[in-house]
Design a protein around this ligand. Structure first.
Ligand code: ADP
Ligand code: ZN
Length: 603
């Protein structure tokens, strides 16, 4: 709806409310001025000839009564079943009397509905207005509640305020350039993404980064949250989105930031029970806006989510959110940098070593660190200290660790050790066996549900994989679990993902690739989509005795791999220890570092 139309509508609503009140008031006033007479008094006054202008209704008689001093007063009375009324009126010489249809229902309806309407009106004005904190108009439903934070009011957020995600900053700096001088950028033929998706765990600084992009470019920053769009009234989400973009376009170049994109952007057919209309409309509106601006408006949409996996594919298509930037949890160096950023405005004991603190805080994300410094400052203030010292920081770490939002992500030193060995196991096996993809990076910084990961990247695209290669991959997968057994004589749940992947490989070898001699070159299962019920209806397609053989073969393959891996680990225990210790210390190792460690250990 365009603003003019909206204003007219608002005026209309107010006028209607005013009229309604007026009518109600008049009704009450008339009723109050009328003097209520008993029917008997009415009859006697009638006989005495004091009445005039009588109006007769089935349920009510009203008129004017003149008393002895000549005063006229309005009266009303409730009629009895009086057959002689008209005759009496005539006899009394009432000049003017007339009938009137029964109007009670009109008044009744007006009075009753009036209250309902009045109630809604009050609710509308108060509740909606409350909700629309920030929006100035009381009756503007569809207005976006986007908060505009221009640089001039508060201190500008810049990239210097965001630490530990240099890669993301690098990628975003191109967008800053564009926002600074859209014209120049276009002349040079630069292609600008319309939508940028930042994804990563909560508290890693996605909002902060988006804000910094606006700050660096010196353009307005409009922010809204996906959950705001769907929480309230039906049909409001879409118009809020429209409004948000309209506002941004007016002040372009500008940054529009939508937090929690997954709240509106979930896959449209996900979940039983079909779509959520409100959400879908909002999502569609976002897509329309994205498709609508051609970059010439100079509006950049940045969205954040910690669940990129549930997003509707339509959002991720080229020309929409086509730039995805991962905001990882910070590693040790990153944490040190973030600590420094947040410690800057605080008076710190110069003896505090941020590197040590960073080491003490595995698994902390940016918001945890901000929290940590804040807690420490509060503690120091409570203790009347002039500066924040190590004891306060240590205590603050414990507090943050015990804090409600952290509980699930706490990593103890023991866990860290186990994860380090587990990942070292994967890495070592991958280095020892030929035909495995080179290890690119190994990390024990938690990412999503995984506590650590070993990243292997293929050298080049491969289309054929030999049996030995698959077996070696399987060994790499088992490397983590075997290491845990070997080093800690204990196994954890951390390897369940590895195990299911390894099992899937073994299954495919036996059932699809014909790589088991006992089962033979038969493909039992095509990796087609499994529709609900279809598998059950069709059956597995092999006999029970074959099923047994398949099971045995899968077990045999996995068992043999495990033997091999364990032997390798025992033989290379020194390398394993060296890798794990270094990983505990540095948290992330790249390819060259891994090579160097292994060479040193082998020497
Ligand atoms: P997200 O949007 O990813 O959930 P926020 O951007 O809201 O996280 O981060 C919350 C707060 O945590 C920020 O206001 C900031 O104080 C702090 N913070 C998070 N990440 C960083 C970082 N990389 N550098 C500095 N401070 C950070
Ligand atoms: Zn693993």
């Amino acid at each position: 709806m365009d603003p003019a139309k909206k204003n007219v509508k608002q005026l209309f609503v107010w006028a209607a409310a005013f009229l309604l009140l007026l009518v109600l008031f008049q009704n009450l006033k008339v009723a109050n001025e009328e003097n209520e007479l008993p029917y008997s008094a009415f009859k006697s006054r009638l006989k005495e000839g004091q009445l005039s202008n009588v109006v007769v209704r089935p349920d009510l008689i009203r008129g004017e009564s003149k008393d002895k001093d000549g005063h006229t007063q309005r009266f009303r009375t409730y009629p009895l079943n009086d057959a002689n009324l008209v005759a009496d009126l005539e006899k009394a010489g009432v000049k003017d009397f007339k009938g009137e249809p029964d109007k009670t229902w009109v008044t009744a309806a007006l009075v009753n509905v009036g209250w309902v309407v009045l109630f809604f009106l009050l609710w509308w004005v108060f509740v909606v207005r409350q909700v629309q904190l920030g929006g100035k108009q009381a009756l503007s439903f569809g207005r976006s509640r986007a908060k505009l934070a221009s640089g001039d009011k508060k201190k500008k957020t810049t990239f210097a305020d965001v630490a530990g995600c240099d890669e993301a900053k690098e990628e975003l700096s191109e967008i800053v350039e564009f926002l600074k001088e859209p014209e120049k950028f276009r002349k040079l033929g630069g292609k600008i993404p319309k939508g940028v998706l930042l994804y990563g765990a909560p508290g890693t600084g996605k909002t902060l980064l988006a804000r910094a992009v606006a700050g660096e470019a010196g353009v307005p920053f409009f922010s809204a949250s996906g959950s705001e769009f769907v929480e309230m009234f039906v049909g409001v989400g879409a118009s809020r989105v429209r409004d948000l973009f309209d506002q941004a376009k007016k002040t372009a170049p500008a940054v529009v930031f939508i937090d929690e994109l997954d709240a509106v952007g979930r896959h449209r057919f996900a979940g039983i029970g079909g779509g959520h209309d409100e959400r879908e409309q909002t999502l569609n509106q976002i897509l329309i806006e994205l498709d609508g601006f051609e970059g010439k408006e100079g509006v950049i949409l940045i969205a954040a989510t910690n669940r990129p996996d549930v997003l509707d594919p339509a959002l991720l298509r080229p020309g929409r959110f086509d730039r995805h930037i991962n905001i990882p949890a910070p590693d040790k160096r990153g944490r040190e940098a973030i600590l420094k950023v947040h410690a800057k405005p605080v008076k710190m004991d110069p003896a505090v070593d941020f590197a040590v603190l960073a080491k003490r805080t595995p698994g902390f994300v940016g918001s945890d660190i901000a929290n940590l410094i804040n807690e420490a400052a509060l503690l120091a203030a409570r203790r009347g200290l002039a500066q924040v010292g190590l004891p306060e920081l240590e205590e603050a770490i414990d507090r943050v660790l015990a804090g409600p939002q952290r509980k699930s992500r706490v990593i103890s030193d023991k866990e860290k050790r186990i994860v380090a060995y587990h990942e070292s196991g994967h890495t070592l096996i991958a280095k020892l066996l030929p035909g495995t993809d080179p290890v690119h990076k190994v990390s024990i910084v938690p990412r999503g549900p995984a506590l650590g990961y070993t990243l292997q990247l293929p050298e080049d695209d491969r289309y054929l994989t030999s049996r030995t290669e698959i077996l070696n991959r399987l060994c790499v997968l088992l490397g983590g679990r075997c290491t845990e057994e070997l080093v800690f004589s204990e196994i954890t749940t951390g390897a369940s993902d590895d195990l299911s992947k390894a099992t899937a490989y073994a299954q495919k070898m036996v059932m699809e690739f014909g790589m088991s001699e006992r089962v033979g070159p038969i493909a039992y299962r095509k990796d087609a989509e499994v529709f609900l019920g279809r598998d059950i209806a069709r059956g597995p397609g092999y006999s029970e005795s074959t099923a047994e053989i398949i099971d045995e073969e899968i077990k045999r393959i996995l068992g043999e791999c495990k033997e091999k891996v364990c032997a390798l680990l025992v033989k290379n225990r020194r390398s394993l220890d060296a890798l794990a210790e270094k990983l505990i210390e540095k948290e992330v190792l790249d390819r060259d570092e891994v090579d160097a460690i292994l060479q040193a250990a082998a020497a």
